[in-house]
Design a protein around this ligand. Structure first.
Ligand code: NAD
Length: 299
């Protein structure tokens, strides 16, 4: 059993902290929201009065916060100053690579033997609750076994991507690819429809042809052929457009800084930002099909 401080008990953090408590860890939870704290108490966590109080008691600290600014603030003001000698600090939020590297470097520079890792996740709220997230980890190789041991009760996979920031780099590259491929699948369905093809027959053909990809055969934006896909339930739940939009923006910021050429990532970002601005941020990202079809009124 490890004493784990868990900061950020929102949509994702709630299920993750609950799974750590279920695995027998002593979880000390903190969030700014009293409702989130009540939920964590109900899931078997102890409640701390502040982030620093939670961190001060813990051997391991996990943060699951909205964005880079929150992580920088919580790590510099609470986590690093309050951490015990030799503590392991893991940030699971999806944030920019620079912030991930900055907080990791600040932890190391604190001269307390702190070990830091970025470990963003793939998988949504249901995977957080079920303990089936995929973690992409950025840390020194010798820290991988300790990080893996902590993340395992929340995971279906823990993959070491490289040094500090590499987890975030892997996450935004993967999600840029996902955003582009989903738009490609939606465009193909919209064109197939205009050309008079039966969309379900088109699905059958493309899924056995060179157009086959995860966005088509595991997550079809056209309702029907993939029963588990959000397209069958009015595009509710799933992976929110607002989160895809956030990840694509992070990818474009990283591309600009690194001098990478990502024209389709840029188009995908613009399209998802537009879809969000039109008021569909809370719909699953595959709902962008209806924008391509000119059928937004159906959403
Ligand atoms: P959320 O907004 O539901 O939860 C964030 C929590 O952090 C909130 O409860 C908020 O009160 C708390 N918080 C904010 N500032 C704080 C502070 N200073 N101290 C303590 N608590 C603070 O967000 P979420 O959906 O749980 O996502 C968390 C992270 O995971 C994000 O970076 C997101 O991009 C990423 N992510 C989300 C999903 C998803 O499907 N929701 C999937 C993959 C990755």
């Amino acid at each position: 059993m490890t004493t784990i401080a868990f900061i950020g008990l929102g949509n994702m953090g709630a299920g993750m902290a609950a799974n750590l408590a279920k695995a027998g860890h002593d979880v000390l939870a903190f969030d700014l929201s009293p409702a989130a704290l009540d939920r964590a108490r109900g899931a078997g966590c102890r409640i701390a009065a502040s982030a620093a109080e939670a961190v001060g008691e813990a051997e391991t600290v996990i943060t699951m916060l909205p964005a880079g600014a929150h992580v920088r603030q919580v790590w510099t003001e609470s986590v690093i100053p309050a951490a015990r000698q030799g503590a392991l600090l893991i940030d699971c939020s999806t944030i920019d690579v620079d912030s991930a590297r900055a907080v990791s470097a600040a932890a190391v520079a604190a001269d307390k033997g702190l070990k830091a890792a970025d470990a963003p996740v793939s998988g949504g709220i249901m995977a957080a609750e079920a303990g089936t997230l995929a973690f992409m980890v950025g840390c020194e190789t010798e820290q991988v076994p300790a990080v893996e041991a902590i993340l395992t009760p929340m995971a279906r996979a823990v993959i070491h991507a490289g040094a500090a920031g590499a987890g975030q780099a892997a996450k935004i590259c993967n999600n840029m690819l996902l955003g582009i491929s989903m738009i490609g699948v939606c465009e193909a369905f919209a064109l197939a429809e205009k050309l008079g093809l039966d969309p379900l027959r088109f699905f059958e053909i493309a899924s056995k042809s060179s157009g086959q990809c995860w966005s088509l055969t595991s997550y079809s934006p056209w309702p029907g052929p993939v029963p588990s896909a959000p397209s069958n339930r009015g595009y509710e739940g799933g992976f929110l457009t607002s989160l895809m939009s956030k990840d694509l923006k992070l990818a474009q910021e990283a591309a600009a800084k690194a001098g990478a050429t990502t024209p389709l990532g840029s188009e995908a970002q613009a399209l998802y930002a537009l879809f969000e601005a039109l008021g569909y941020g809370q719909k699953d990202f595959s709902a962008v099909l209806q924008l391509m079809r000119g059928r937004l009124a159906d959403l």
